[in-house]
Ligand binder design. Structure first.
Ligand SMILES: Cc1cc2nc3c(=O)[nH]c(=O)nc-3n(C[C@H](O)[C@H](O)[C@H](O)COP(=O)(O)OP(=O)(O)OC[C@H]3O[C@@H](n4cnc5c(N)ncnc54)[C@H](O)[C@@H]3O)c2cc1C
Ligand code: SF4
Length: 307
């Protein structure tokens, strides 16, 4: 069993204190810890203090928004999200996505906020320290070269958060608390194109809640993975049809989920096939994952009764 490095632990009950502690040098926020703690065991991060979000009431709150829709606290667990009658009724694709994360036990600990802030993943990065160091590290951690694209200067580690494609189609807004007040960011603008700097907010930003607009057109969500549980995605697709527009998000193929729109289902599929370029970030072959983009989009459209 891999040991954790030593660290202090803070468990604030007040939002202002949480923001203050998160901004201190060496601090790192932890919610369920289901991604962060394994990464610390792999020595990907060595924070000197973990600051828990779980006892701050604002992050555990769920309430209707005044203009319609739902406010979901960042520290609400995936199991709670999936079990909420309002989510099952108004946002069934979000409930389905929450239920596809890892396993039921991990869903009971992991939070929706931790999922939004999840690190990007790569077969050369998510490995124990000895394995990585034997390979000389890589651009995302400890090394001078990317093993996926050795001539490139970027990192292509894949966005792998199961709930995000659905939340992008729902046009969710994520709300951060800072020392100077709140900052609202549309979730579709939260992610960037480099796997090292995939979050477009400063480190230590405290995600407080997700604002989900009133329900709209149905969304079909599909996750491709090696086994029916535990595994991170090899490919994520979410599709929605609103009036004359077909929208989709394709994820697990690069640092940012790809959001595309078209005026017909065939155009949407061709746009995705032109844009999506899976790389060797996963054990499964990129060519196979690329072929599956067309297949998974067709299956998602069939679920919506399109095509
Ligand atoms: C075996 C296994 C399989 C998994 N499979 C999947 C999978 O299939 N799909 C998937 O999406 N995930 C998967 N995960 C990852 C993880 O369980 C989920 O992504 C979960 O939602 C993470 O939430 P958490 O609360 O545990 O996050 P944590 O581990 O606590 O934190 C994750 C990251 O978010 C940051 N963070 C946490 N809360 C906040 C906040 N409020 N504000 C700002 N930053 C914050 C942390 O600093 C850290 O960088 C898996 C994990 C394991 C161990
Ligand atoms: S894509 Fe390249 S730089 Fe990024 S984690 Fe993988 S090997 Fe490292």
């Amino acid at each position: 069993m891999l040991p954790l490095p030593r660290f202090d632990f803070a468990d604030p009950t007040d939002l202002a204190e949480l923001v203050r502690l998160a901004g201190e040098p060496g601090a790192r926020l932890v919610s369920g810890g289901t991604d962060l703690l394994p990464s610390m065991k792999h020595r990907l991060f060595a924070p000197t203090r973990l600051v828990s979000t779980m006892r701050v009431p604002e992050l555990r709150q769920v309430e209707p928004l005044p203009e319609g829709g739902l406010s979901l606290g960042a520290a609400v667990t995936l199991r709670e999200v999936a079990a909420m009658p309002v989510v099952q009724r108004d946002y069934p694709a979000l409930a389905k996505a929450a239920r596809t994360v890892a396993t039921p036990t991990i869903q009971a600990m992991g939070t929706i906020g931790g999922n939004v802030m999840l690190d990007t993943r790569c077969r050369y990065y998510n490995q124990p320290a000895g394995w990585r160091v034997a390979l000389g590290g890589c651009l995302k951690c400890e090394g001078p070269v990317c093993h996926v694209a050795p001539k490139g200067k970027g990192c292509y580690a894949a966005h792998s958060a199961d709930t995000v494609p659905v939340m992008m189609l729902l046009d969710v807004s994520v709300v951060f608390a800072t020392a100077h007040g709140e900052r609202h960011v549309p979730i579709r603008e939260l992610y960037g194109v480099d796997g090292r700097t995939w979050l477009q907010v400063p480190g230590g930003s405290v995600l407080v809640r997700l604002e989900v607009p009133p329900p709209g057109a149905p969304i079909a969500y599909r996750k491709l993975r090696a086994r029916g549980a535990i595994d991170y995605p090899q490919l994520l697709t979410a599709v929605q049809h609103i009036h004359d527009t077909w929208r989709c998000v394709v994820s697990a193929v690069g640092p940012a989920p790809l959001r595309l729109e078209a005026t017909s289902p065939p155009e949407l599929v061709e746009a995705a096939m032109a844009e999506v370029q899976p790389l060797t970030t996963h054990l499964a072959s990129p060519a196979w994952r690329k072929k599956l983009v067309r297949v998974e989009l067709a299956r998602a459209m069939a679920e919506l009764g399109i095509g």
